[in-house]
Ligand binder design. Structure first.
Ligand code: SF4
Length: 181
C-alpha cells in the first residue's frame, strides 16, 4: 500500500542553507518515482536494489546545490526497517548523529516520514523540509520480468473518497478520469 507522493519544488526552501542532508524513505518514494516516469522499480542486475528514477531524482536535487557551494549528503537506512514511519529508537539515534552536522534536512517521504525527522531533530538547530507532496494511496500491479526486473503498473490514486485513474505513457502518468467512490 504505497502512499502516492509527488516531488515538490524545494529550490526556494533550500536557498538559504549551506549544508543539506537528503534523507529518503526507500519504500514509497522510489515506487512513486518509477511509476511516474514509467521506468523499472528494480533492475537488479543493473542497479541492485536501487531504483534508477529515484536515484536520478536525488542527483537532480544535489547537483544545483553543490554547484553553488552547498555541502550535501544523502541518508537512508534499511535495517531493521526501511520505513521511516516505523524507525526504531536505534535508527532514530543513528539519524540524529548524522543530521546534526547539517543546517537542513530534506525529507523525501510522506508526512509521517517528515514527522519522524522533526521528532528526532526537535532539540537541534537543523531545519526539516518536506520534499514531496502526499496525494493519496496508490493501487498498482507488480510486473516481474526476466532477469529480476520489477515494474509497477499504476491503476489509480485513492484520495479523499475519490478514485483518480491513470494512464502511463513514455512521458509519465496522465490522469484520465476522476470519479466518486
Ligand atoms: S514513511 Fe511514508 S513514504 Fe515511507 S514507508 Fe511509511 S508511509 Fe511510505
Amino acid at each position: 500500500m504505497p502512499v502516492h507522493l509527488e516531488p515538490r519544488d524545494v529550490s526556494t526552501d533550500l536557498e538559504n542553507y549551506n549544508s543539506v542532508l537528503i534523507v529518503s524513505c526507500p519504500v514509497c518514494p522510489p515506487m512513486c518515482l518509477a511509476m511516474q516516469q514509467n521506468s523499472p522499480f528494480i533492475e537488479f542486475f543493473k542497479r541492485g536494489l536501487k531504483t534508477g528514477a529515484f536515484e536520478d531524482y536525488i542527483q537532480s536535487i544535489r547537483k544545483p546545490l553543490e554547484q553553488r557551494g552547498v555541502r550535501t549528503g544523502t541518508y537512508a537506512i534499511h535495517i531493521p526497517t526501511p520505513m521511516m514511519c516505523l524507525w526504531t529508537k536505534w535508527q532514530r539515534s543513528r539519524f540524529l548523529k548524522r543530521a546534526k552536522d547539517y543546517e537542513a534536512v530534506l525529507v523525501l517521504g510522506c508526512d509521517s516520514a517528515t514527522y519522524t525527522a522533526q521528532e528526532v531533530l526537535e532539540n537541534t538547530d537543523c531545519q526539516v523540509i518536506q520534499g514531496m507532496d502526499m496525494i493519496g494511496t496508490t493501487n498498482a500491479t507488480l510486473q516481474v520480468r526476466f532477469p529480476l526486473t520489477f515494474n509497477l503498473g499504476m491503476h489509480c490514486v485513492l484520495k479523499n473518497g475519490t478514485v483518480q485513474q491513470h494512464e502511463t505513457n513514455v512521458s509519465g502518468i496522465r490522469e484520465i478520469e476522476k470519479m466518486a467512490s
